[in-house]
Design a protein around this ligand. Structure first.
Ligand code: CAA
Length: 260
């Protein structure tokens, strides 16, 4: 598939998806969602990928939400299908086996905030703005915001954002734990790349197992989560990468993980 609304690149185990509809501040329309889904499939099928960065083109916007020109005329049934489509693609993002970092360079509003919420963690520019402004349009978040935001920042902070629709700065987002780290705009991508390179230097099996253990564990009770962790720990230990990692430690050298 040829991309016109996103850019996709991949090198040295680091994949990057850049939302790129500058005239609409990278808003998510149906065409962009299709391209996003296609790129996510490529990431999931490429054995060499160990980490994905998701960002927006330009300095102004990560993603300014779902495309309001496409939402406005929808019937209730059409709206349900639209929300389902967005939820499916963003679910595909959350369910990627490899870690995903949201690199939020500007506005992350509505569907854009919801994309960032489905990533494993968020690095933001000092200029980034977050918000779920759907209430100001007479609707509610439809791509997972009412479900993922409270799980990340807690019920009352999430309700304040969802019920007021107000924008919050990167500093506020950092304070409430929505964002992991904040950087000046010109060093944001390099900082994200530094973390991505660190992640990409680890064994793929253990990266995927660690993410799976946390994600699955959050949806079950603690004893069940412990069980999941034990099984994944045992699976990892049997992998060639674990043989290499433990041998390298004992031989006092740096490990070379082959991803197997
Ligand atoms: N959909 C479609 N077009 C959008 C858009 C969106 N979500 N956000 C911005 N644009 C377009 C604007 O219409 C404008 O286009 P024109 O130049 O053709 O007029 C262009 O992008 C630039 O935007 P502004 O002129 O508004 O730029 P600004 O700097 O004055 O304001 C902004 C920036 C605060 C982000 C403002 O554009 C804005 O509030 N955008 C809408 C944000 C929003 O409500 N998002 C939620 C959408 S609904 C949703 O996401 C539902 C869901 O959960 C799935």
């Amino acid at each position: 598939m040829a991309y016109t609304s996103i850019e996709f690149s991949c090198s040295d185990g680091i994949a990057r998806i850049t939302f790129n509809r500058p005239k609409a501040l990278n808003a998510l329309n149906a065409a962009l969602l299709d391209e996003f889904a296609d790129a996510l499939k490529k990431v999931s099928q490429d054995e060499a990928v160990r980490v994905l960065l998701v960002t927006g083109a330009g300095e102004k916007s990560f993603v300014a939400g779902a495309d309001i020109t496409e939402i406005a005329p929808l019937s209730p049934l059409g709206a349900k299908k639209f929300a389902q489509r967005g939820q499916t693609v963003i679910g595909q993002l959350q369910d990627l086996a490899v870690p995903v970092i949201a690199v939020v360079n500007g506005y992350a509003l509505g569907g854009g905030c919801e994309v960032a919420l489905a990533c494993d963690f968020i690095y933001a520019s000092e200029k980034a703005i977050f918000g779920l402004p759907e209430i100001s349009l007479g609707v509610i978040p439809g791509f997972g915001g009412t479900q993922r935001l409270p799980r990340i920042v807690g019920e009352s902070r999430a309700k304040e954002m969802i019920l007021t629709g107000k924008h919050i700065s990167a500093t506020e987002a950092l304070e409430i734990g929505l964002v992991n780290r904040m950087f000046p705009p010109d060093t944001l991508m390099e900082a994200a790349m530094e973390t991505a390179r660190m992640i990409a230097s680890k064994g793929k099996a253990s990266l995927c197992a660690a993410k799976q253990a946390v994600n699955q564990g959050l949806n079950v009770d603690l004893p069940t989560g412990m069980h999941i962790e034990r099984d994944l720990f045992a699976l990892c230990l049997a992998s060639p990468d674990a043989k290499e990692g433990t041998a390298a430690f004992l031989e006092k050298r740096k490990p070379v993980f082959t991803g197997s």
